[in-house]
Design a protein around this ligand. Structure first.
Ligand code: 5AD
Ligand code: SF4
Ligand code: FES
Length: 360
């Protein structure tokens, strides 16, 4: 006999109530969601994982998000800013290793000098790689003209997490001021989409004060916004942040992990052909966390290619993996890891969002 969960899973559209009940399922029913997501992934995007070599350029940040270990007011963070030539060396490594794409990520800085620096780097990445490397950037909220300039210089994907689609929760995890404005974040996402970027967003899962309803709304937000890519991961408390005081309100870390897998699987089910990243934060909880995400719908992985000496300082959360490794170590390790999932690696391919191709 069909259970209620089977019935829901066989629907073509999902209501908020459906998503809430799916998010709350126990172990046995959870596997049904995972199986369905794996099937949809194979059918719509294929059993293939694409690499985005991640360069954490700098941990200098002008913001004060309550959850983040590199927030402006954390005096314990050891600040760094990698030189352009070191960044380009990492880019060469990605190109020579056939990674297909790179991601430039940094704390949020907005200035004419920074804008020019990024434009210049984008052009050089294209030069070094014969125009072959795809480029994703994740550099926070910026004026429309800046997004436009970077797009014209070769960036074609942008990641900007909404963190939570519920403004009330947003203001519990960010200061309530002009620099951390929910509407600005939303306007930035719209601007990125309008300019023509493949637009990625995401949320943290297991935040204090977050409900199942919030998470269901996050999924519906991503669907209604028509995003092309998603990166979402478990919230992991960091001792040097204001949100740490609420650690006793959190669900156990293993539950945050499982809930993240469910969110990934459900997003794959409701937005079949988007790109979904297996967030690094999953591996901070489970040594094969990212591989588990690939099994239930994720198709993008971001191997860290930040030069080894800087890695330990880009600590948004505790227990971040690969901080003692160099890029080449991760390459070898990743190949074995993906091999275990049974997926192929899309070496040398951009692996653009199929959803984007159809949307525009
Ligand atoms: N736990 C999990 N993810 C975090 N991020 C920042 N701090 C944490 C944390 N403590 C995520 C945010 C941000 C991305 C770069 O890292 O979602 O958008
Ligand atoms: Fe800065 Fe991003 Fe951390 Fe917020 S989450 S403090 S913007 S690096
Ligand atoms: Fe970095 Fe395994 S992926 S060491």
């Amino acid at each position: 006999m069909e259970t209620k969960i089977d019935e829901i899973l066989n629907q073509n559209t999902f209501s908020k109530a459906d998503l809430i009940s799916l998010l709350q399922t126990d172990k046995e029913t959870r596997n049904k969601i995972f199986t369905q997501a794996a099937k949809i992934k194979a059918e719509y995007v294929g059993k293939k994982v694409y690499y985005r070599g991640l360069i954490e350029m700098s941990n200098i940040c002008s913001k004060n998000c309550y959850y983040c270990g590199i927030r402006l007011d954390n005096k314990n963070a050891n600040r760094y800013d990698i030189s352009d030539s070191e960044i380009l060396d990492a880019v060469k490594f990605a190109y020579e290793s056939n990674y297909g794409s790179v991601v430039l990520q940094a704390g949020e800085i907005s200035s004419p000098t920074f804008t020019k620096r990024i434009s210049n780097l984008l052009k050089q990445i294209k030069d070094i790689s014969n125009n072959e490397l795809g480029i994703t950037i994740s550099l926070g909220e910026q004026p429309d003209e800046v997004y436009q300039e970077w797009f014209e210089n070769g960036a074609h994907r942008y990641l900007l997490r909404i963190e939570s689609s519920n403004p009330d929760l947003y203001y519990k995890i960010h200061p309530q001021n002009k620099k951390h404005d929910f509407e600005t974040r939303m306007a930035c996402l719209k601007s990125l989409q309008k300019i023509g970027y493949q637009t990625g967003t995401g949320v943290m899962i297991g935040l204090p004060f977050q409900s199942y309803e919030d998470l269901a709304n996050d999924l519906l937000f991503m669907r209604d916004f028509d995003i092309d890519m998603c990166g979402m991961g478990p919230y992991i408390e960091h001792v040097d942040t204001p949100l740490y005081q609420y650690k006793d309100l959190l669900m156990p870390i293993d539950d945050r992990f499982t809930l993240t897998l469910k969110m990934i699987a459900l997003l794959r089910i409701i937005m079949k052909d988007i790109n979904i990243a297996a967030a690094t934060a999953l591996q901070a909880i489970d040594p094969i966390g990212r591989e588990k995400a690939i099994k239930v719908g994720a198709n993008i992985i971001m191997p860290n290619i930040t030069p080894g000496m800087y890695r330990d300082n880009y600590k948004l959360y505790e227990n971040k993996p690969c901080t003692n490794e160099e890029a080449a170590d991760c390459t070898n390790c990743m190949e074995i890891r993906i091999g275990i999932t049974g997926d192929d690696i899309g070496y040398g391919e951009w692996g653009d969002s199929k959803h984007f191709e159809k949307r525009v």
